[in-house]
Design a protein around this ligand. Sequence first.
Ligand code: NAD
Length: 432
Amino acid sequence: MTTSRIPGFYNLPLDERLDKLAEAAGVARADIIALQTAHGLMDEQADHMVENAVGTFALPLGIGLNFIVNGREVLVPMAIEEPSVVAGASFMAKLARSGGGFTASMSAPEMIGQMQVLDIKDLMAASLRLYEHKAELLAEADAVDPLLKKFGGGARDLEVRIIEESPIGAFLVLHLIYDVRDAMGANAVNTACEKLGAHVEELTGGRVHLKILSNLADRRLAKVQCTIPVKELAFGEGDPAGHPYSGEQVRDGIIEAWAFAAADLYRAATHNKGIMNGVDAVVIATGNDWRAIEAGAHAYAARDGRYTSLSTWSRDTQGNLTGELEMPMAVGIIGGATKVHPAAIAALKLMGVQTAAELAGIIVSVGLAQNLAALRALATEGIQRGHMSLHARQVAIAAGAVGDQIEQVAAQMVAEKTVRIDLAERIMKSLQ
Ligand code: NAD
């Protein structure tokens, strides 16, 4: 990768954007051609992926520009239907660049497999017995996936939990901690749990019911931090039509907006949704399981019994704005659809990631950038202004506009400061 800064990228025709992208990323055009729908997932491939396939469902794929993650320039593929997300993330990545970019870190790629053990008479005695036989249980789980073991993964630990109260009374839960290296790990962990079932029944005298991965991957956390120099936050100054905001004003407004999410459930849901706008877009583009990431994110946001913001924003000793995001990040570059979907393969190639940890670091960086984009807009001119022209184009298309009409109808609605389908239809009529 040479640079993630491509000035004027948005002005180029789609095909030329691909050329620029290949050039900036230092990859062959053929390696990323699958990012274009015509070269992406084919119906025949889809037929092997799900049941009753009749076709594929496309989403726009945009490129997050300007990102530097752990000192490395990275162009980020983002699959998303919502306007403003790609632009917002790219713009905030540009601000973050001036503070050195994003610094990300990952804990070990350890997933948790759960076994629900029912019909146990003495839960404490059963727990002790499991701990006494921990070494042999771990060895058994470790032997399940020789390929994973070859790459340095495998069983790491066992934890026993007693659920005291439930609609069916008390029962025991065994957690198998499994290092899945560069895989998302669901299949690997589920297979290991299923293998251990009989041995656990024998040791506890109970009945092993569920054997399944937990999507609360709180041992597989990705953390990212960025600092935005306060002067970079100023905008609109000297613009008589706009609103001038000083850097300090924007910084403090962002911190106040974050505090709302930190303290209030209703706001926290929307705040985290903004983070997921960025996170999901990359997760989807790389063929990863976004339901798993969503489930993990929201469960983690409520880990202390109260749902709250996944990110924090504060002022550092120099008066700059600093943000942090920590969340579970169970993504892979091996397994699932990541090595099957041609666009996902191209997406990984474009980013030049070598490990799942590296991908996770990029994803949380985009999440934090997207969070900042929303907070900055909300704390200043409101979300609709930036959103309006892109939203207007979608409404124009929904009203039946095609070709040049799309821009004409959208521009008229923005000028009238009203973006509604009935207005779009009226403008269409007046054009005809
Ligand atoms: P997988 O089984 O397709 O691939 C993982 C396997 O690849 C490993 O077990 C290992 O044998 C092999 N491998 C080769 N090189 C490796 C390396 N460097 N690092 C790690 N493994 C390597 O996929 P998976 O990641 O176990 O499962 C992911 C899929 O499971 C996703 O499609 C997901 O949607 C699905 N799934 C999710 C859930 C859930 O989230 N609750 C449940 C079931 C299935």
